[in-house]
Every structure is written in C-alpha cells, then in structure tokens.
Design a protein around this ligand. Structure first.
Ligand code: NAD
Length: 486
C-alpha cells in the first residue's frame, strides 16, 4: 500500500492514487488535526508531474468507461455506495480527526450523504430521458455524450461529501475523474479510492492527486487535457480557477462562498426560528450555506435576541469526537487567525459582541467561541465578507421591502433562509431574494434532484439532478431527415 498513516486506528494511504496504483512524491506536506494541533500524517505533495500523470491515466481509461453500458456504471456506483455505508464508522472517524467536524454529524448525516450521492446519481443515470422533437419530417434527438476527463477540486469543510456530490455525476455520465482533495483534510479521499477499487471501478477511472492548491490544484486546472473542472471553494480561488479554465476554454462549474441572509418576520414561529438561527453555528460556522446575517423584524427583535442568547448559551464546545459536544475547533491556525481578525475589526468598527467575541480561553487551541454581533455599523466588513467561522450578526428591519433589500445587499447569492407564518409573504419574499436556494421555515433540506449553486459571486452553473449531467456531458442534438430505407 506504500506509505500510510494510522489515524484513529484506521490505516490510510498518504500517497496519490493514479491509474490504479499508489504513487509517491519526493516532497510531503504535513496534515495537522485541528482537534489538538498534532501532526497526523505526512502526505504526498503533488505538482505538475503528478497532475499530468493523473490526467493521462484518466484520459487512457476514458474510452472504455464511456463505452461501458450505463447499467454497469450504475451498478459499480451503487456498489461503492454500499461499501461507504459499511465503512461509515472508519470514514467518519478519520474525517473528524482530519477536519475537526463533529463525529456525530459525520456518522449520522455526512457519511450517509456520501453514500446517497453515489446511489442518487446512479439512479438518475438510468432515469435520464432523451427528448425527441419533431419539426415537420425532421426529428431531433437530444443526447448526452460523456465529456472526457473531469477535474474535481474540493474544500476541507466536508471534503468527501462535497467531492462525491461533484464526481459521482461525472462518473455516472461516463467521464473519468481526477480529484484534488483539500490539503487541510486530505485523508478520506484516500480511503474512498480503496473502496472504489474494491467495488470494481476500473483502473484510471478515478484518480487522486494530493497536494497544495497553488501547486497540484493549479497544475490540474491549467492542464490542456482536461474537459471539465468542477470546483468548490472560496470566491478568491474560484476566480483563479475560472481564469485558468478560460485559457483552455475548459467548461467550469464553481460552487463558492456565501453570506446568506436569515430573515425572521414577526409572524414566524419564533422558537423554530431561534432554534434554526442557533444551528447556524453548526460545524463551528464553517458551512458555505450558513445564514450568517440574522435579520429580524423590529417588533420581535428583543425577544428573538433574548431567546437566541438563552439557547446559544447551552452550546457545548470541545473535542468533536464526544457526542455531547455541539461545536468543535476551527480547521487550522491560519484560519483561526483569519476569523479572529474579522472579529477584532468588527469590534474596532463599533459592533458589539453580545455573545462570545474571541477564542475559547478555557479550551485553548483552535476553539473559537460562538459569537453574535449587534449594533453593527452599516457597510461593516463583518456584514459583507464571508468569515467562515462561528460569527453571526443580528440586525433589525422594519418591513418586508427593507428585509428583502438588506437580504440582497451582498455580493454573494448562495442561499437565503426565511421564517414567516404568512404563505403569501413567503412566496413574495422567496421570489425577490437573489439566491441559488431559498429555504422557507426550514434549512439544509436537500432534494438532490433540485439545482444547487450560487448566484452572483457564489458561483457559476448549477449541479444536482439533470443539471449535473448537462455539465458533465457534451449535450448533442442529432437531427434526422426523412429516410427512404434502401
Ligand atoms: P479554497 O478556495 O482555499 O480551497 C478550495 C480548494 O481549492 C482546495 O482543495 C485548495 O487546495 C484548492 N486550491 C487553492 N488554490 C488553488 C489554485 N490556485 N488552483 C486550483 N485549486 C486551488 O477554499 P477552502 O478554504 O478550502 O474552503 C472554504 C471556502 O469554500 C469557503 O469560501 C466556502 O464558502 C466554500 N465552500 C463552498 C461550497 C458550495 O457548495 N458553494 C461548499 C463548501 C465550501
């Protein structure tokens, strides 16, 4: 198996996975667990050479995989999904150690969703119906041809779930894949490669290049042999990826950051709204979709704030492997400093922290207290920029127009959350908000058939259901003229 690390009792390869083989690199990068800032692995540090080797392996494997009948591709994806289900405890333990997410979330929802991503796109593949259009004597048929080699690049906050969300449809559609996992949480990608092999996925169809974004990631997105780039990460990196893709005219799908509004009207079920608002600290706020800007109708502002503080006060912070803990650490020292910088500047700008407002001194390490700011000056950085930590702001609004205007006052457009007891208002507000997803009286509910993505700076393109197949295929129209059979 080449070089490995033992993480939570699980042996994990720390090498690349290219063309069905473990491949090392001369250099390594250090993988640190955010739980206690200890080194858990030295991981192969790929660059242009490994990227090229992986793209060539994927290209070589492409024709046979593209020709593999959809039923067989679906069968293998289902088999991988079953293996993920069997290995949830190991996958969850390794990912929690690697990125500090709550073990109970990993075990009960995130890893099951990894399996669901695989099963879902396998099912979708077999359900795809090709349109047939008639124009007089001509018949036009719409087909999805596999596109080629898909590069998938993902962030650390839910690395395996986000990766499978992007590459399961690529594989289902008949493409081959090169995955570049995040350097801050690279390990579950390696475990996944083992499962894919065990399920019978042919060599070269799925490859993993480990490494740093600016090295391995950049080499992959600039590679001329790549046919699709599916990127999930920050807006800043998304711009670089889009520019590199542009040079080769490689189609790119970008799922980027967010600064989602969370609107609460006076007619809402306040307890439900408060509970969901406090949930925005999930994963220590390291969630792209999080409704970090709480906007509450003035008439219920005070009572909302009281109940929010009461409920948030019961959150327990600590080792994310414990089942009674609600909030773990931030991912890395660098990210911790970044989050702390936002908090310090918000205070300097005049915002008032009524909850938290700094590191958790008792726990030390990378644990940052859940923080709520009120009285934030209009236009302040903390209202505009994605913090990606446990930091929320609370602002009052006077009426529906103001709520919508404040909600839309952002460069992002990933999601919006609305709590109201008035159905007509819910419809009006959902229509007027600029967002890839609007949740009314709920949050995070995902029907994988629905489109997912971001408006404005939150992304380009949509994936989910048949949108994923549209992206991962060369959509073709075949127009047949009249035939005289000879
Ligand atoms: P990031 O942009 O720093 O890194 C994401 C990935 O890109 C990593 O694998 C990294 O190695 C790679 N990368 C970095 N530089 C690169 C380059 N020049 N070329 C190619 N690849 C490069 O983001 P992050 O800090 O890992 O993740 C947090 C961000 O991801 C937040 O902005 C969050 O909102 C966003 N996110 C979005 C979604 C979504 O679905 N919209 C989901 C999760 C996270």
């Amino acid at each position: 198996m080449g070089r490995t690390a033992l993480v939570e009792g699980v042996e994990v390869s720390t090498e690349h996975w290219i063309g069905g083989e473990r491949v090392g690199s001369a250099d390594a990068f250090t993988d640190v667990s955010p739980i206690d800032e200890t080194t858990i692995a030295e991981v192969a540090r790929g660059g242009p050479e490994e990227a090229d080797r992986a793209v060539r392996a994927a290209r070589e494997a492409f024709p046979a995989w593209a020709e593999t009948p959809p039923e067989e591709r679906a069968r293998i994806l289902h088999r991988i999904g079953e293996l993920v289900e069997e290995r949830v405890p190991e996958l969850a333990a390794v990912e929690t150690r690697d990125n500090g997410s709550l073990l109970r979330s990993m075990r009960d929802s995130v890893m099951p969703r990894v399996a669901r991503n695989l099963h879902f796109f396998a099912e979708q593949l077999l359900e795809l119906r090709h349109d047939e259009l008639e124009t007089g004597p001509y018949r036009t048929r719409v087909e999805w041809d596999p596109a080629g080699v898909a590069v998938v690049i993902t962030p650390w906050n839910a690395p395996l779930m986000l990766a499978t969300w992007r590459f399961a449809p690529a594989l289902a559609a008949g493409n081959t894949v090169v995955l570049k996992p995040p350097e801050w949480a690279p390990l579950t990608a390696s475990l996944f490669a083992d499962l894919a092999r065990e399920a019978g996925l042919p060599d070269g169809v799925f490859n993993v290049v480990q490494g740093i974004g600016e090295e391995a990631g950049s080499a992959l997105v600039g590679h001329p042999g790549v046919d699709r780039i599916s990127f999930t990460g920050s807006v800043e990196t998304g711009r670089l990826v889009a520019a590199a893709a542009g040079r080769n005219l490689t189609p790119v799908s970008l799922e980027l950051g967010g600064k989602s509004p969370f609107l609460v009207f006076a007619d809402a079920d306040l307890d439900a709204a408060v509970a969901q608002a406090v949930n925005q600290y999930d994963n220590a706020g390291q969630v792209c979709l999080a409704g970090t800007r709480l906007l509450v109708e003035r008439g219920v502002y005070d009572v909302f704030l009281d109940r929010f503080l009461e409920r948030a006060g019961t959150l327990r912070q600590g080792d994310p492997r414990r089942d009674d803990v609600d909030l773990g650490p931030l991912i890395s020292r660098e990210h911790f400093e970044r989050v702390d910088g936002f908090v310090r500047r918000a205070k300097e700008a005049g915002a008032k922290a009524v909850l938290g407002g700094g590191p958790n001194e008792e726990l030390g390490g990378l644990y940052y207290r859940p923080t709520l700011f009120v009285d934030v000056p209009p236009g302040a950085e903390v209202l505009r920029k994605e913090v990606f930590g446990p930091v929320l702001t609370l602002q009052p609004f006077d009426d529906e127009d103001e709520a919508v205007a404040m909600g839309n006052d952002t460069d992002y457009g990933l999601a919006a959350i609305v709590y109201t007891g008035d159905r007509a208002r819910a419809e009006r507000v959902a229509r007027r908000l600029v967002a890839g997803t609007v949740w009314v009286n709920c949050f995070y509910v995902r029907d994988l058939r629905a489109p997912f993505g971001g408006a404005r700076d939150s992304g380009i393109g949509r994936e989910g259901g048949r949108w994923s197949f549209d992206f991962h295929a060369d959509v073709k129209a075949v127009c047949m003229g009249p035939f005289e059979d000879r």
